[in-house]
Design a protein around this ligand. Structure first.
Ligand code: 5AD
Ligand code: SF4
Length: 462
């Protein structure tokens, strides 16, 4: 029997990365092999993102390239998954006749069967549903499949993994497509998450990142225990952290409005919870926050930042910012700049506002001029770059535990607990996932340089 090959191209967030990994595993279990090159594969899956106009355009232009490839190789199956697929559904097939399968964000577990349904002359399959519970999906043992490993410079040992704990979002920020592309918020069963975490750690995983659109509301919208009793995200964190052998725990992402004291306290009490927090602010202006339906004020955000830092002074904060939201005045934007000055984020992701189909803000009529948006974005990014450098310089001279990610002939690359990349221009006998103490001697905008501290790296702290 012919062995089919597949290749997955992932756009967008970590949710999508994890979904791609799940799809890769499902196909591998059915005997498919991963192909090095997208264009050589029998099955090509684009796991798309529609959060911003640019993200969607990227997937669309790759679909354009694949149209030509398919002319050369008509047997190739093209599948569109992810948020664009969820939003466009059947219309996508009408616009793009070379697409064989459109699969919604909640249907990835049916991928293999749906692909089978596309076999035979010009059959198109659509997998869309919205009645949803995240299945008790368990990664295969003994070899965990790390999708993308073939193309990745990192070795096969899966030392770091994402673990999805919830899907969807009920917040309805006025600019955001996620409630429409990922559906209503559903928390995964507590027992399934813990089992999956155990499987990962047993297979050698040392760092887990728990994933959800708004992890703070874990357990709030549906029962996550078999007896229907309540369970909070902080309790979940504590249980995962207690797994023997796990060295680092992270999570993403949180809405400032739901950030509880109970969770902030975890940063002080859970030893392996990394001092790193992504807390999207979006804007520093109360008028804009209100039009965005964010349900918090600039003052509340600043209070949360102060509280977080009181529990964990070395915490590295990052954020997301949108500039040029409809109606944003010069004065509103100045408030975002002031907030940046005040909080001094270790890093940030900043974007020009773009209309997304179906969102409320797409209908707002006070849109900001493109030129103004570009100017605001470059001013914000320039100042953030300077602050990154200033913040990173504070690590110089410090000795930090670094988890090794990559070992080459004569150097190594790893990450600090705060998620900073560290380049080490020397090498010792170790594997990805091992933790080495490193003294930082140079800070750049986006990474650090360090030397192994042999006095404290006595054997490996793995
Ligand atoms: N335009 C620009 N940026 C957006 N984001 C979400 N929706 C939009 C939009 N319509 C940004 C937000 C979010 C990040 C993932 O993408 O900052 O936190
Ligand atoms: Fe993009 Fe949001 Fe979908 Fe993630 S959930 S893929 S960021 S649109």
């Amino acid at each position: 029997m012919k062995q089919f090959s597949f290749s997955i191209k992932t756009f967008g967030c970590q949710m999508n990365e994890r979904d791609s990994e799940i799809m890769a595993q499902l196909l591998a279990e059915k005997g498919y092999v991963e192909s090095m090159e997208l264009e050589d594969a029998d099955v090509v899956i684009l796991n798309t993102c529609s959060i911003r106009a640019k993200a969607e355009q990227k997937a669309m232009s790759l679909l354009g390239v694949l149209r030509k490839v398919k002319k050369r190789r008509p047997g190739m199956k093209i599948c569109v998954a992810g948020c664009v697929a969820q939003q466009e559904g059947e219309e996508l097939c009408e616009r793009m006749p070379h697409v064989d399968l459109v699969i919604g964000t909640q249907n990835i577990y049916e991928l293999a069967d749906l692909l089978e349904a596309t076999r035979g002359a010009s059959k198109v399959a659509i997998g869309m549903s919205d009645a949803y519970e995240i299945p008790a999906f368990i990664p295969t043992l003994p070899k965990l499949i790390s999708h993308g490993e073939l193309q990745s410079p990192f070795p096969a040992r899966p030392f770091r993994k994402f673990l999805t704990i919830m899907q969807g979002c009920n917040n309805y920020c006025t600019y955001c497509v996620v409630p429409y592309t990922r559906g209503r918020e559903i928390s995964r069963k507590f027992k399934d998450i813990i089992e999956e975490a155990h499987v990962l750690v047993d297979a050698g995983v040392r760092e887990i990142t728990l994933l959800g659109q708004n992890v703070n509301s874990y357990g709030r919208t549906n029962p996550v225990t078999t007896d229907g009793s309540g369970y909070s995200f902080s309790q979940l964190l504590r249980e995962v952290a207690a797994i023997q052998g796990l060295k680092r725990l992270r999570f993403t992402t949180s809405n400032p409005k739901d950030l509880s004291l109970e969770l902030m306290r975890c940063f002080n009490e859970i030893e392996i919870l990394c001092p790193q927090f992504h807390l999207p602010v979006q804007s520093g202006s109360n008028a804009v926050l209100s039009k965005m339906n964010r349900k918090y004020t600039r003052e509340l955000y600043l209070q949360r930042v102060a509280e977080l830092r009181s529990f964990r002074p070395d915490i590295a904060l990052s954020t997301d910012v949108i500039v040029g939201f409809p109606g944003e005045t010069d004065a509103d934007f100045e408030e975002t700049m002031e907030l940046l000055e005040h909080v001094r984020f270790h890093s940030s992701f900043s974007f020009k506002y773009s209309d997304r189909p179906g969102t409320r803000s797409a209908d707002f009529d006070d849109k900001v001029d493109e030129q103004v948006k570009s100017e605001r974005l470059s001013r914000f990014q320039k100042r953030q770059d300077e602050i990154c450098l200033e913040q990173n310089s504070l690590y110089v001279g410090k000795c930090l535990p670094v988890m090794i990610e990559k070992v080459t002939q004569d150097n190594m690359v790893g990450r600090t607990e705060t998620n900073h990349i560290v380049h080490i221009e020397e090498k010792i006998e170790c594997f990805p996932g091992d933790i080495v103490n490193v003294t930082i001697y140079h800070a750049g905008q986006h990474s650090l340089n360090g030397r192994i501290d042999f006095t404290s790296t006595t054997g490996l702290s793995s």
